[in-house]
Write a protein that binds this ligand. Structure first.
Ligand code: MN
Ligand code: MN
Length: 471
């Protein structure tokens, strides 16, 4: 036996791809990644788009970001941000080059699947009070029963003032949940398909059971609950008509596994990418090209509305930057590139049948790049060009960033789209990249810390690269 490699072994090393996990390549990486994820877990405490925007503004100010002033010409290294209706935020660091040479955009969404309240949510049935919900985004409804829920949102009162609500997660606060049928009487329920086991109109949150003390009124439990809400928040039933309230899982983000190598928590789709973007944006000091870090809303329902990525707010903002420097927005856009940062599906050995193993993403193999997504014959996909892939991969190689490339799952099993299409429609070369997730859209999702940190490194590399787009 000799240690010398054979011709075939050397050739294989030279010309074949041999994927290796981050931990196998650099076992000490987890320590650094864990440190990075301490801040990430705090970030996950913000569970709606409004909460995320509110959370990041003071941090931005502390880091020297100032609110964007239309028409102002920014100089290299200056940092600024613009908020759209409290639900979306654009954060920039001005590059050394004029915006006419293109900008470096990353976009992640900060809305997550949840249970929105109906406009008339409060009702009483069988002397119990409930909030009626209308689910937001793609959920498996049965997953949302019998878990602790927290109620979040904002209510506009008649006098024009607003009340922010965030209750159900702290030890001393009340909890809420949706009940489910006991197994003893579930014979019919258990024979239904999973889509029908719990239906939309059954997603009612139990919020009270004690009557108001007055013989003369009906629906005593409803009145008692409304009295509590009125006393605590100053709201009347009619104020629900001008409210945005929702229920989200009340779990706190936590380390997962004996080795603490993973994070378990709600809303990681897509707060995990938002956090990686955010940190890369904050840490970028003197970039060649202007960075634009976008937190978008409404991705889970199709990116519509004034705060979704189909809204003109993004293009209008780029146009403002362009005009201030005396150039046309279209000339800025065509030289720009965008990373659409959204989560991918991680291979789960409990469900191997949905993946094609040569094109599946694995935990701890780094952020997953998707050249395309969509469904069936690549319908509704932004399909990044070979040139765009090469551009990104070259930057990642230069920065020693590990990545993996995968599809969501097997052909014709389903599919999905991302914000990429909403960006590329503006003539910006765009590619999808994100952290692989287990149990995506479930009340608790799982990510690997090494992947989260590696995504940050990938975005930082793109923001700090001096490589112009030459295609
Ligand atoms: Mn997503
Ligand atoms: Mn999603």
């Amino acid at each position: 036996m000799t240690d010398e490699k054979t011709k075939g072994q050397l050739l294989a090393e030279d010309i074949l791809v041999k994927p290796k996990s981050i931990g196998e390549g650099d076992n000490s990486f987890l320590a650094e990644a864990s440190e990075f994820c301490e801040g990430y877990k705090r970030f996950l405490a913000n569970k709606t788009e409004r909460e995320v925007v509110e959370y990041v503004i003071p941090i931005l100010k502390e880091k020297g970001y100032i609110e964007y002033v239309p028409g102002k010409v920014y100089s290299a290294g200056e940092k600024f941000y613009k908020v759209n209706r409290g639900k979306t935020i654009l954060m920039c660091t001005k590059g050394r080059r004029p915006v006419a040479d293109g900008i470096r955009v990353t976009v992640a969404h900060i809305d997550s699947p949840r249970l929105d309240f109906k406009p008339h949510p409060l009702f009483e049935d069988a002397e119990m009070a409930y909030f009626k919900t209308h689910y937001y985004g793609g959920i498996k409804k049965y997953q949302w029963t019998t878990i602790p829920l927290s109620i979040r949102g904002v209510v506009m009162l008649k006098d024009g003032s607003s009340v922010t609500i965030r209750v159900g997660e702290e030890e001393d606060e009340p909890s809420f949940c949706i009940t489910d049928l006991l197994p003893h009487l579930a014979q019919n329920q258990m024979s239904k398909t999973a889509a029908k086991v719990v239906e939309g109109e059954q997603l009612n949150i139990l919020i009270g059971s004690w009557p108001y003390d007055d013989e003369k009124v009906g629906k005593k439990v409803k009145l008692a609950i409304m009295a509590i809400l009125n006393e605590k928040y100053g709201i009347r039933e009619c104020d629900f008509e001008s409210a945005e309230l929702c229920a989200v899982p009340a779990f706190k983000a936590r380390d997962m596994g004996f080795d603490r190598s993973m994070v378990a928590g709600y809303g990681q789709d897509d707060s995990v990418c938002a956090y990686a973007e955010f940190m890369a944006e904050l840490d970028t000091v003197d970039p060649e090209f202007t960075t634009m870090t976008i937190f978008a809303d409404k991705e889970e329902t199709g990116s519509d509305g004034v705060t979704g990525m189909r809204s003109y707010f993004f293009r209008d903002f780029v146009e403002d930057l362009a005009q201030a420097e005396g150039v046309e927005v279209r000339h800025v856009l065509q030289k720009s590139v965008c990373l659409s940062c959204d989560v991918g599906s991680a291979f789960d050995p409990a469900f191997p049948e949905v993946h094609e193993m040569n094109n599946a993403a694995f935990l701890n193999y780094g952020p997953v790049i998707s050249k395309y997504d969509g469904s069936r014959g690549k319908y509704s996909t932004n399909d990044a060009s070979a040139e765009m892939m090469s551009y990104l991969l070259t930057i990642l190689r230069e920065a020693d960033v590990q990545w993996q490339i995968a599809e969501l799952g097997k052909i014709d099993l389903g599919g999905g789209g991302t914000i990429a299409s909403e960006i590329s429609v503006h003539n910006i070369d765009t590619v999808d990249i994100g952290v692989p997730v287990l149990s995506m859209h479930a009340p608790v999702e799982v990510t690997a810390k090494a992947d989260v940190y590696m995504l940050y490194k990938a975005i930082f590399a793109v923001y700090n690269s001096t490589r112009p787009k030459d295609f």
